[in-house]
Design a protein around this ligand. Structure first.
Ligand SMILES: [Zn+2]
Length: 214
């Protein structure tokens, strides 16, 4: 079986999406890119995470062609492959419908630096307008908003996208940003809070770069 360890990771982290409360039902999806072969392992479309086995995970190339797998790849295939094509520091993508990130995406509130964990994304978490799920427009808009500056973005009236060098890092980002979205929602509805200064944000970004390079 091609990309066996990557497929096992997709199964493991799909289950974690549910157990950590980052998504409901079969929504959300994860993928891992193998830079050596140029293929990625991605969640199958519309399958319960608890029932997904490594052989159900789909291996595709970056043009979206299925290389191996008996299932259909996630409908958000474009959202994953664009980042592998265009960023050499991204080897994993996590897409969730976690509650507070989704609430902010419906309010169209980008997350400002109200708490230092914003550094998981960058200087903020941008928010894009609504585009139909599974569409090329959605993937392109997320790319335009993030490019190399951010590791996450709110998808308007939909959910959250997080990318990272490994699946554990991208998952951690999605989890920390759900906490941040909750804090931002409560802080803003309570009157606004005190945002970090740009010098304070830059200092945290420097620490995160050191942490990631270890
Ligand atoms: Zn979705």
């Amino acid at each position: 079986m091609l990309l066996q360890s990557q497929r096992e990771q997709v199964v493991e982290y799909g289950k974690k999406l549910l157990s950590c409360g980052l998504t409901e039902g079969t929504f959300g999806n994860v993928s891992v890119f193998d830079r050596q072969s140029g293929w990625m392992a991605i969640s199958p479309s519309g399958m319960d995470y608890d029932q997904t086995r490594p052989e159900d995970v789909v291996v595709t190339d970056l043009d979206g062609n299925v290389v191996e797998g008996c299932r259909k790849p996630s409908s958000e295939l474009d959202l994953h492959r664009l980042f592998y094509q265009r960023r050499d520091d991204v080897n994993a993508v996590v897409h969730t419908h976690s509650t507070f990130a989704t609430v902010l995406s419906c309010l169209r509130w980008p997350i400002e630096p109200i708490h230092y964990l914003v550094a998981y994304s960058g200087r903020q978490v941008p928010c894009i307008p609504y585009y139909p799920f599974g569409s090329r427009e959605l993937a392109e808009a997320a790319w335009q908003a993030m490019q190399r500056a951010y590791n996450a973005c709110l998808l308007g009236n939909h959910g959250l996208l997080a990318v990272g060098p490994t699946l554990s890092y991208a998952f951690d980002t999605a989890q920390q940003l759900e906490f941040l979205a909750k804090v931002y929602y409560y802080t803003r509805t309570a009157g606004g809070g005190v945002p970090l200064t740009s010098a304070e944000v830059e200092a945290v970004l420097g620490k995160f770069r050191d942490y990631r390079s270890k």
